[in-house]
Design a protein around this ligand. Structure first.
Ligand code: APR
Length: 181
């Protein structure tokens, strides 16, 4: 599914995000930045040890990465040029600021990308795996955050992709994108 906002294309795809040839893939990390399972594990496996080395350096400077914040490293052996590591909220029923933290994760990832002049970015479905965020709710927060950022920064990006690992997830982002204004 694709939608143009000004000159920026927002799209959805079903793929392993580590194979995408974009300027930056976003990683759904945890605050330790030391890797994990899910997409975090896939990115570290595909990218190789250089990503973890850079993450260790970042952690030595900032301690832990708070939920909703984002940092950037190279992408090691992956076809993308950078990895933007962000931490989504753990779902606790929706009453612990989860939507705001999830929105910040997308917004701060895009801030990092635009700060580095990156034009194409791919997001996984942040927080909807281990962190338990319901996909349909996460998709509407994610799409709204990205649409708002693109409207406020019309020349920042060429394409932003929502990368689902399965059809069900991709369909949620496609329908959220479809119904976004
Ligand atoms: N490419 C794209 N998407 C993927 C891939 C992949 N290779 N692998 C998994 N996913 C999808 C999952 O299917 C899910 O839809 O990423 C989405 C996010 O799931 P998680 O990776 O579990 O991330 P999250 O829910 O944000 O939990 C983060 O999990 O792996 C640990 O270290 C990580 O502690 C952190 C937590």
């Amino acid at each position: 599914m694709e939608k143009k906002i000004g000159t920026t294309t927002l799209s959805t795809v079903v793929s392993d995000i580590t194979t995408l040839r974009v300027d930056a893939v976003v990683n759904a990390a945890n605050s330790s930045l030391m890797g994990g399972g899910g997409v975090d594990g896939a990115i570290h496996r595909a990218g190789g040890p250089s990503i973890l080395q850079e993450c260790k350096k970042i952690v030595s400077e900032i301690g832990r990465l708070p939920a909703g914040e984002a940092v950037i490293t190279t992408a090691g052996n992956m076809p993308s040029k950078h990895v933007i590591h962000t931490v989504g909220p753990v779902w606790h029923g929706g009453k612990k600021d989860e939507p705001a933290i999830l929105r910040n994760a997308y917004t701060n990832s895009l801030k990092q990308a635009s700060r580095h002049g990156l034009k194409t970015v791919a997001f996984p479905s942040i927080s909807t795996g281990v962190y338990g965020y319901p996909v349909s709710r996460a998709a509407s927060v994610a799409v709204s955050a990205v649409v708002d950022f693109v409207k406020a920064h019309p020349d920042a990006f060429v394409e932003i992709t929502f990368c689902g690992f399965d059809d069900t997830t991709e369909r949620e982002y496609a329908s959220a994108l479809q119904s976004s204004v």
